[in-house]
Design a binder for this molecule. Structure first.
Ligand code: SF4
Length: 78
């Protein structure tokens, strides 16, 4: 998710949501509706990607920090 957002930021100049299909990514990035945090997230706290979760969501964690070792363990697999 984060990598997809970062790639779109690099390629399109905006963090277009990576979980959706677009006919024209450049036009969508310029329209800004699905630029993260997207309009549904900003207006209704709805993130279909589950990058953002409300505290009452069953998948919401109770920590806000992650160690570099944890990140490396997940990202150095390929
Ligand atoms: S808030 Fe969630 S659904 Fe909206 S653009 Fe970001 S990752 Fe995608």
């Amino acid at each position: 998710m984060i990598e997809g957002l970062a790639k779109h930021k690099d390629e399109l100049g905006a963090p277009l949501c990576p979980c959706r299909h677009y006919e024209d990514k450049k036009a969508e990035a310029e329209a800004a509706y699905w630029n993260c945090p997207c309009v549904p997230m900003r207006e209704r706290k709805e993130c279909h990607c589950m990058l953002f979760l409300t505290p009452d969501n069953d998948f919401a964690g109770d920590k806000q920090e992650i160690s570099i070792e944890q990140i490396r363990a997940v990202t150095n697999q390929y």
